[in-house]
Design a protein. Structure first.
Length: 305
């Protein structure tokens, strides 16, 4: 790909409360599924980068964990990571849930933080498909008026329906500085494959379990072997309590089999070949609250925290 003289490239941080649609929005802009999604809050635990390259720009979207009041060490890591990354973006995209019609305390907290750092801000009011057409402008206005931050621009979108996505892209591209390609044009993400695989398995757990169980799980890829016509994957699902282990396994192994089947179907589409997936369930008591265990599982606090 020959890069134009006026080519732009840079990083856009997708920041907001849990469940406002950050991951769905990034997937929609990309045109394919990168970040896992679920109706449950705090689905995104890692920083996920998605790359959209056109003839005019390379937009690197950074899907950050939802910012929330942490109730354990994992929540603290997720929130501090999101806030730290926001400082290093070329533009921060604050995403809010338009169906709430006005800012909540969490939105106000995030806006206050964004106002305190020297990075341009764009407000994206998501889920406008849940509003009447004549309400959209008023709801955008309510957020602009109620949030303690000065936004350089604002737009209403529906990530789920794909409404106004092209206009959002053009808006964000204006904030990217002139520069070279950071990634090859054919590259859609730099996320480690093991993280993508573990997240897909965890997504199926989020959909198939209820209450506290899905948030008490972590998935680690123990071993992965590409044997040519098949990829063999061994993974461990960690839970926090002995009582949660039989829930994940299910009666006669029914639930863990369903988790494996659903995950394998998606993995075969991504990897383009047959997948053998073997899942184990182990207990690491209160793993979300223990920094040492979290470090072993791949979660670490930002260095300046």
């Amino acid at each position: 790909m020959e890069v134009k003289e006026d080519f732009r490239s840079g990083f856009a941080g997708f920041i907001g409360r849990p469940n406002v649609g950050k991951s769905t929005l990034m997937n929609t802009v990309l045109g394919w599924k990168l970040s896992i999604v679920s109706p449950k809050p705090q689905t995104t635990r890692y920083v996920i980068r998605g790359v959209k390259t056109t003839e005019d720009y390379q937009l690197i979207m950074v899907d950050l964990p939802g910012i929330h009041k942490p109730f354990h060490k994992l929540g603290e890591i997720m929130t501090k990571t999101a806030l730290k990354y926001a400082k290093d973006m070329d533009v921060n995209v604050m995403i809010v849930d338009g169906s709430t019609r006005k800012p909540g305390k969490g939105d106000i907290y995030i806006a206050e933080y964004l106002e305190s750092i020297d990075v341009p801000k764009v407000l994206v009011v998501n889920k406008i498909d849940l509003l009447e057409k004549n309400e959209v402008d008023d709801v955008i206005g309510a957020f602009l008026e109620g949030l303690p931050a000065k936004f350089e621009d604002a737009i209403g979108v529906s990530a789920l329906k794909g409404w106004n996505i092209e206009n959002l892209e053009k808006m964000l591209a204006r904030f990217l500085p002139p520069g070279p390609l950071f990634f090859p044009p054919e590259m859609g993400t730099d996320v480690d494959l093991a993280i993508r695989i573990s997240d897909i398995i965890r997504e199926k757990i989020l959909y198939l379990t209820r209450e506290e169980v899905p948030h008490s799980t972590a998935v680690i890829i123990d071993k992965m072997e590409d044997k040519g016509d098949i990829v063999v994957i061994y993974a461990t699902i960690y839970v926090e309590k002995d009582s949660q282990k039989p829930i994940i396994i299910g009666k006669g192994g029914s639930l863990i089999k369903k988790i494996g089947t659903e995950a394998r179907k998606e993995l075969e589409l991504i990897l383009g070949k047959k997948v053998y997936l073997e899942l184990w369930v182990k207990v690491k008591e209160d793993w979300r609250g223990k920094l040492g265990v979290l470090t072993d599982l791949g979660f670490t606090l930002p260095k300046d925290s």
